[in-house]
Every structure is written in structure tokens, then in C-alpha cells.
Ligand binder design. Structure first.
Ligand code: HEC
Length: 177
């Protein structure tokens, strides 16, 4: 029946697919990654990858970096960079909460305040930005308190950490001086 209904290339593709499907479970049990560091069946491999992906701690190191950068972006009035940092703070936090859902409740107020954090950035308003930045700091700390991490006290940065600055405006050409 099959032979009549499928043309030859299609039939060959079908057989290749069946072979692949038969081989897949065997393949997924073999070690993968450089020098085969990921071992065990698919479940064990995914568990290992999940462990390496980490929970909240690495995400917080990323969020902390972005929180710093957000401050200096505001000081420089480099609003596009500030927008970018806000977007990534939310993305990193949401992904962390997907991995550690029991922390989600503590982050609710922080996340629901994201639009307010964004407003002065969209309005390019440096003064309002400073106020909203203190509000963000307070909400970082509020979540830490709820997570019984009051000793991880967040304060705005005092020094620049990264190489990103506002692009200097090109000096006027010689003839215009
Ligand atoms: C879920 C609510 C939550 C919010 C919101 C939050 N944090 Fe955290 N933060 C945590 C938790 C939980 C840890 C501890 C992680 C762990 O124990 O694995 C942490 C740890 C940290 C650490 C220490 C990371 C390390 O391992 O060295 C820093 C830095 C940090 N947070 C900065 C911030 C900043 C800055 C903000 C705000 C922009 C913020 N956090 C917002 C929950 C939160």
C-alpha cells in the first residue's frame, strides 16, 4: 500500500526518518559536549545543564551589573542604553523566577513597578529618573528582605564599572571653528 501511495524520494525520506527515530534513544544516552562531559540519559543530561544554568544567584550578578549600568546611563543621559538595561533587568529576573518560582511572590511589586521605572527613561527626564532609581533600589531591598536576605543590602553605585560611556559628540570640523 505504502509503496503505491508514496513516490520514491518520499518513501526514502520516510525510511530515513524511521531509522533516525529508532537510533535517537540510543544516541541520547551517549556522552555529549566537549570530551563528553555531559553524561547519562536525556533526563540526567538536562538535569546537569539545569544545574549549570543556576538559579537566582548568577541572575542577580547580571541584574546587579545592569542596575549599575542603568545608573550611569541616567547620569550620562544615554537613554537608549538605559532602556536597554531596564529591558535586560526584567528579562533576567523573569527567567530567574521561571527557574525558581517560589521566589516569584517576593518579586511581584518590583515587576509591577517596571513601567514606572521605564517612564522617565522614555521621557528623557534625568531628575525624575533619579527619584525612580531610588525607588528601584528600595524594591531590590524589599525583595531581599522578603527572601530573608536583608544582609544583601543594595545601594546605588559610586563608581563606574564598565567601559560604556555616552558617545562623545564629534568636534566641529576645522572650517567651522
Ligand atoms: C526575587 C526578588 C529579588 C529582587 C527583585 C532582587 N533580588 Fe537580588 N537577590 C535575590 C535573591 C533570592 C538572592 C540570593 C540568591 C541565592 O541565594 O541564590 C539575591 C542576591 C543578590 C545579590 C548577590 C548575588 C551574589 O551571589 O553575589 C546581588 C548583588 C543582588 N541580589 C542585587 C540585586 C539588585 C541590584 C536588585 C534590584 C535591581 C535585586 N537584587 C533585586 C532576590 C531578589
Amino acid at each position: 500500500m505504502l509503496r503505491h501511495r508514496l513516490r520514491r524520494p518520499a518513501a526514502l525520506g520516510f525510511v530515513a526518518l524511521l531509522t533516525l527515530a529508532a537510533l535517537l534513544p540510543a544516541c541520547s544516552d551517549g556522552p555529549v559536549g566537549k570530551d563528553g562531559w555531559l553524561r547519562g540519559d536525556t533526563q540526567a543530561k538536562l538535569d546537569t545543564v539545569a544545574k549549570h544554568l543556576r538559579g537566582t544567584d548568577l541572575a542577580m550578578i547580571e541584574i546587579d551589573h545592569r542596575y549599575h549600568e542603568l545608573w550611569w546611563a541616567g547620569v550620562d543621559e544615554n537613554w537608549e542604553y538605559a532602556e536597554y538595561q531596564l529591558e535586560k533587568i526584567e528579562y533576567a529576573l523573569r527567567n530567574a523566577l521561571e527557574r525558581r518560582p517560589k521566589r516569584a511572590e517576593s518579586a511581584k511589586v518590583f515587576l509591577s513597578t517596571m513601567p514606572a521605572f521605564r517612564q522617565p527613561v522614555l521621557n528623557r527626564d534625568a531628575e525624575v529618573f533619579r527619584g525612580i532609581y531610588s525607588q528601584m533600589t528600595a524594591l531590590c531591598n524589599a525583595c531581599h528582605e522578603l527572601e530573608v536576605l536583608g544582609h544583601m543590602w543594595v545601594e546605588p553605585p559610586t563608581e563606574r564599572m564598565s567601559s560604556i560611556h555616552r558617545k562623545p559628540v564629534a568636534p566641529p570640523a576645522e572650517s567651522e571653528q
